[in-house]
Design a protein around this ligand. Structure first.
Ligand code: FES
Ligand SMILES: [Fe+2]
Length: 388
């Protein structure tokens, strides 16, 4: 049973909360790179409960700073950028990407007042069409170069989903919940004919970056054999997946979904897709096309014929912050229990001064992290059991 205190511990994202302090130890996606242009170089964002602006200066550098100017609190979202940073629209105070105040035009010429000003500023890096920020203490860990973000042998694009009116953990618990697949997505994902495959086996295997989920299903086409589908939950708030398009060309589409905690009751999903190709190349640091996905139609109804919208329906109807004191977990919810245990363990580790899962792994500059994603049904990879 989850107590009220445990529910708060796992779901709160503010800077003064243990959960928020864990989330701040990981690079978080704050915008699609293509959302910042020369015409519109500043974008207002809310991340982990903080109101911020992300910008690109005229020298091409990115910054993420507090939205409200520390002078008299006007919004930097209406400011302007130059080759050094961002300037407030009201009286012209200027800040660099570290949040350091570097100019106060109306102050006396020799004034050092600007050196006393403290303003939030966080490092930003571009990868795979997204802008990632590190909002934690100390030196930032290496930004993980997940395969879908760093591969270059194909086409990449980003989908920004409609803002979800729910806490981030509801989306993540869904990623260790294999039994929802047939019921919520069965008809749409053409899996209905395997609904009676409840003899299937689910494994949740801890690994360097999170939890590897492995589903082993009897293969109807070859009786006596089985098929493996394996893909990881990347702790704490991403999911790596692969699918095949239903159109005639049956293209393989790898993807990674980031569930950004906007505040306690809102989550922004960014999905990056990568489609391998013989003729197209996309560099890891290129801006890529951006698409938008709405999980509701113009009447405010969930678009229940689409997989992403089906999931959104489930997560939002659980409540803004699901009340886990009232739930009734069953044996099939083992993955959810494993994720919560990992989350609480990692929160405690950070509170004790440690580095949480995955962040301590030294990534070699530019090394791509190839994840062991398998889906034998659609011909991606093949599972080789350890010889042990
Ligand atoms: S409010 Fe920003 S410079 Fe005055
Ligand atoms: Fe789902």
């Amino acid at each position: 049973m989850v107590s009220r205190e445990e529910n708060d511990l796992m779901t709160r994202v503010g800077a003064d909360t243990p959960g928020g302090q864990l989330l701040r130890r990981y690079w978080q996606p704050v915008a699609a790179a293509s959302e910042l242009t020369a015409e519109k170089p500043i974008k207002k964002v809310k991340v982990l409960g903080e109101n911020l602006v992300v910008y690109r200066d005229t020298a091409g550098r990115y910054g993420l700073v507090g939205e409200l100017c520390p002078h008299r609190m006007a919004s930097l979202a209406y400011g302007r950028v130059d080759d050094e940073g961002i300037r407030c629209p009201y009286h012209g105070w200027k800040f660099d990407g570290h949040g350091k105040c570097i100019e106060q035009p109306a102050e006396p010429q020799n004034s050092r007042y600007k050196d006393e000003i403290e303003h939030p500023g966080y490092p930003v890096q571009k990868l795979g069409g997204l802008l990632f920020a590190y909002m934690g203490p100390g030196e930032a860990p290496a930004l993980p170069r997940w395969d879908v973000l760093a591969w270059e042998h194909g086409r990449r694009w980003v989908v920004r989903q409609q803002l979800l009116d729910c806490n981030w953990l509801q989306a993540m618990e869904n990623s260790v919940d294999p039994s929802h697949l047939f019921w919520l997505h069965g008809a749409t994902a053409h899996l209905a004919n395997t609904v009676d495959g409840y003899e299937e086996q689910h494994d949740f295997i801890p690994f360097d970056y999170g939890i590897m989920k492995r589903r082993t299903t009897p293969n109807r086409r070859k009786p006596g054999t089985s098929e493996v589908d394996q893909h990881p939950l990347l702790f704490p708030n991403a999911l790596r997946h692969v699918l095949r398009t239903k159109s005639q060309d049956l293209k393989i589409r790898h993807n990674i979904q980031f569930r950004l905690p906007v505040d306690d009751g809102h989550t922004q999903v960014f999905v990056v897709y990568f489609e391998p190709s013989d003729s197209v190349r996309t560099s890891a640091d290129a801006d890529v096309p951006l698409e938008h996905f709405n999980h509701k139609d113009e009447n405010g109804e969930y678009r229940m014929d689409m997989v992403l919208a089906q999931d959104s329906m489930a997560w939002e109807t659980q409540g803004a912050v699901m009340d886990r004191t009232r739930e009734h977990l069953g044996a099939a919810d083992r993955g959810v229990v494993i994720l919560r245990r990992l989350l609480k363990e990692q929160i405690a580790l950070v509170q004790a001064g440690g580095a949480p899962l995955g962040t301590q792994l030294a990534t070699k500059q530019n090394a791509v992290i190839e994840l062991d994603v398998i889906n034998e049904r659609i011909g991606v990879g093949s599972y080789k059991p350890d010889a042990a």
